[in-house]
Write a protein that binds this ligand. Sequence first.
Ligand SMILES: C[S@@+](CC[C@H](N)C(=O)[O-])C[C@H]1O[C@@H](n2cnc3c(N)ncnc32)[C@H](O)[C@@H]1O
Length: 350
Amino acid sequence: MASVWEDKASALQIPPGRFRLGDPRWLLELRHLPWPMDWAACFGRDGPLHVEIGFGDGIFLAALARRMPEANCVGVERALEPTRWALRRLRREGLENVRLVLGDAFAALALIFLPGSIAGLYINFPDPWPKARHHHRRLLTPAFLQLTAHRLQPGGTLLIATDDVDYALWIADVLRETPGLESALETPWVHALPDREPTRYERKALAAGRVCFYFVWRRNGPVPAPSLPRIMRPEEAMPHRIWKGTPELSRVIEALRGRLWQDGETIWRVKALYRPVAEEGLLIELLMAEGQWVEQVALRFQPHGSGVWILKPAEIGGIRPTEALKMGVRAVARAIEEATPEFQVLSSTI
Ligand SMILES: C[S@@+](CC[C@H](N)C(=O)[O-])C[C@H]1O[C@@H](n2cnc3c(N)ncnc32)[C@H](O)[C@@H]1O
């Protein structure tokens, strides 16, 4: 089996030696941020919050920040390479009122932005996933747009642009069904918006003669709170269980491989098992889905002193202390106990 570290590095496609995440001036990693984030403290001043999702090379975000010097502008992007381009642009232009957040848009909106806090939210040319079997990967689902509407302040604006006709019709349908939103225009969309800084994708689409669709919607009423993962109480310890005994790892692997557990809307699946090269034990990759919220976490099953073993969340990937994580650790612990009946529990928080 490949080493854990080799596997994770290639999955993240980190260009060796070319990218440093720790540029505290502009770049923040979602997994290290408090929930919610104190944006006024982060920018050193109060200001209307404008957020761009999937900022790509950052050209639109930079233009936004230049045009609205009074605004606190936050970009959220999950891919490293465009984040690197955008970071270079911000450095070059020396823009002070922008922060980049590296992480998933759904998690970012849910965790670091308070309800009713965003004045303007921009989603330019989200990946259209044109094949029907890939539609579930589209960002603009009913749950995502409800969360978006919930985070907008009353009267706040949501701007979406796409050049994909099918996605545009899908977006129009979902927007219409999202409570608390209405079009700020006479029509659900328009084909041109004056005074707009075209994004990289937009320039390509226009150069190829494709028609663009621009949605400008506004929060005009109450939005029911979206259903989000239940967060553990802050005083609770990260879930873990400690046993006395020595497991036969081949039996534990057999008991865990491909396992799936379900409790109502929540599903846990053992996605992969790794045996670290230089250490004893197992790294368990667990996929957790709570409705629309999907997370992949890593658990470690390893020695914890002589003749004692522990199961606990690993540091890799920034673990969120949700109830689902706790229940996932409990399900894995039970499977380990089935494979190792001689294990005696020494302590457990699950
Ligand atoms: C088609 S590109 C458009 C980039 C840019 N907005 C433009 O118009 O040139 C879509 C961007 O959204 C980002 N993205 C897709 N899903 C995302 C998610 N769930 N969270 C954050 N960024 C996401 C992708 O990494 C990619 O950079």
